[in-house]
Design a protein around this ligand. Sequence first.
Ligand SMILES: Cc1cc2nc3c(=O)[nH]c(=O)nc-3n(C[C@H](O)[C@H](O)[C@H](O)COP(=O)(O)OP(=O)(O)OC[C@H]3O[C@@H](n4cnc5c(N)ncnc54)[C@H](O)[C@@H]3O)c2cc1C
Length: 726
Amino acid sequence: MKKLMLFAGLGLLVVLFFAVDLDRYFTLEQLKTSQAQFATWQAAHPWLFAISYFLSYVLITALSLPGAAILTLAGGALFGLWQGLLLVSFASSLGATLAFLASRYLFRSSIEQRFSQQLTAINQGIGKEGAFYLFTLRLVPLFPFFIINLLMGLTQLPTRTFYWVSQLGMLAGTIVYVNAGTQLAQINSLSDILSPGLILSFSVLGLFPWFAKGILGLIQRQRVYAGFQRPQQFDRNLIVIGAGAAGLVSAYIAAAVKAKVTLIEAHKMGGDCLNYGCVPSKTLLKTAKLAQQIQQAEHYGLANTQVQIQFQQVMQRVQRVIAEVEPHDSVERYTQLGVEVLQGYAKLLDPWRVEIKLSDGSSQHLTARSIILATGAHANIPAFPGIENSGYVTSDTLWERFASLEQAPKQLVILGAGPIGCELAQAFARLGSSVTIIEKAERILAREDRAVAELAAQALQADGIQLLTAHQVLGFEQTPTSKTVLVQTPEQTLAIPYDQVILALGRKARLTGYGLEELGIPTERTVLTNDYLETVFPNIYAAGDLAGPYQFTHVAAHQAWYASVNALFGQFKRFKVDYRVIPRVTFVDPEIASVGLTEQEAQAQQIAYELSRFEFAELDRAITEGTKTGFIQVLTVPGKDKILGVTIVGAQAGELLAEYVLAMKHGLGLNKILGTIHSYPTLAEANKYVAGHWKRQHSPERLLNWLARYHRWRLGSTQNLDKGKR
Ligand SMILES: Cc1cc2nc3c(=O)[nH]c(=O)nc-3n(C[C@H](O)[C@H](O)[C@H](O)COP(=O)(O)OP(=O)(O)OC[C@H]3O[C@@H](n4cnc5c(N)ncnc54)[C@H](O)[C@@H]3O)c2cc1C
């Protein structure tokens, strides 16, 4: 309401301005004619005159009315260069800021809701370079003053920045106009003031900060190398440190484009994903799911089906599967692909030199024009009191440690209810463990929407898992007969007994021990890189879990493309890593898969959306499979079929998501999914049905009413028309 009144008030002032023909006073001729008259008033009341002039200027600019240029000339003509400059400079900046604020107050939230995605990118640019953009726009007189005020108001540029950059940026133009005003008699038209030469000079001046920034960047890029001796020649085009997903893909690409590349791995080829992460965990989940399905066999009409878990065989299968996948990441395969693979521990000696302590005890030094760091992450082990004697395992150690157990741990405690914690909890619960999850947040899977996390919590509880959310770990205690985790809630302190405890409290990038500290490569939670994945040394790149912000195998591989292409061809063209469409799957049962925005993210970022939802309970194939739990939820731009985000909870959610990942990547909307044939009866049909749900929400009601009338008319009797109405 307030907005509406302000809008109406401002609108009224603008209408009045034109209605009473005030604009005719803001012409060069009128100014010249009235100059003597103004001078008389000024002589009689100098202060009042100056204040009135200042306020008129502020009002004209704040209302975005035409006349600022004439008023600026008047400033020079009536007050002289310096006083005129002072008045105009402050009045114009103040007026511009008021216009900026009005535009922000009146329009920003609705524009943000409609064009959320476009504005996100613009605001990111403004966040980084807003002052530069504005300065350039202010200096180059070709960009209209009032449009800049109004448009900038729609962005997230801070008001203070807008004010001071405007004042500074407009100064040169203001001087020119005020100065011209001091010789008003000689000006015949406004275009006399700005000659093409002057416009060009201003443009150069406006672009100067960009040149300066570029040159400064270049100098900074070179300065980091000061004190290091660049080799005359290089042994390799590229050295890649770490043979996990990021390192393997980087080396693969380099070899594919015929670069001389060395890949160095200190431990196991394939890194975390193959040896401790995705592959073993999904293998375990498969057996666990099978066990659970067998237990439910009666539901499918099968009797006498008792599951006997042979835990050691289960763990052996995990190792067999790893061994089966291993050849994909093996030294032999990569050597065949043209990669030199060295097994040893790599350390950066300087920006181009790497020392490798080879597994056979010898060492080797290599130089490379570019280096990609892909050293991954390790399990986070907080310093809880008593942890050192707790006998804890992490995903890095459990596969080996549990392999010797005859049975799944009886009392298993898992700290952390993120994806890894939840997956392992469900797997071991289904394999016979009594599992307790301890999580300090008030719910599990914090990244997911509340409804999704609740569904997952119900599924875990149905498997017998005890969920202790909002429980803070205090430490561990051991007696000769028992081991316990001490946890605290607002009400009480509890001791939870266990015979095995898994820490699933996140993974930390590997940042020490291989030269980052010595070279002064900045790190926070990860190695800091720019949009091109360059570290502070432009020839040293980082990818995968080491670079963050996502910790997924597919993101590591995605980054590897950017890191290797930029490393090898960056002198011609560099590519900014694109994180727009990142899918993620948590492989609990039912699976949780998402891409783009979740509902809670859209709300937190104040992005307007429409929600379409389809329940698997309505899908024929889900009914035949007995997998009715779950839903697909799609967020779209209001009034459009453009997909902002998708969350799927249900059987095969990870597979079903692929269609949306493709759609989002290539800008296909729900109409396209609806127009695509999906085989019957498949789970994938759900993707089409949710699109159908969206379509029904947007059906053209008026047209359909007319069609109804048309069809009734086609029935052949006006009576039918009347009946239809009733
Ligand atoms: C239990 C678990 C389940 C997971 N499940 C999934 C999943 O389902 N889907 C998914 O997308 N992601 C999953 N992940 C995450 C995934 O494993 C990681 O995101 C991925 O492995 C990261 O790859 P990377 O190349 O960055 O690092 P890594 O795979 O960790 O590879 C880094 C390599 O660098 C080597 N190295 C380190 N320092 C040196 C050095 N100085 N010299 C030489 N070599 C060195 C290490 O030995 C290691 O092999 C899971 C992780 C875990 C722990």
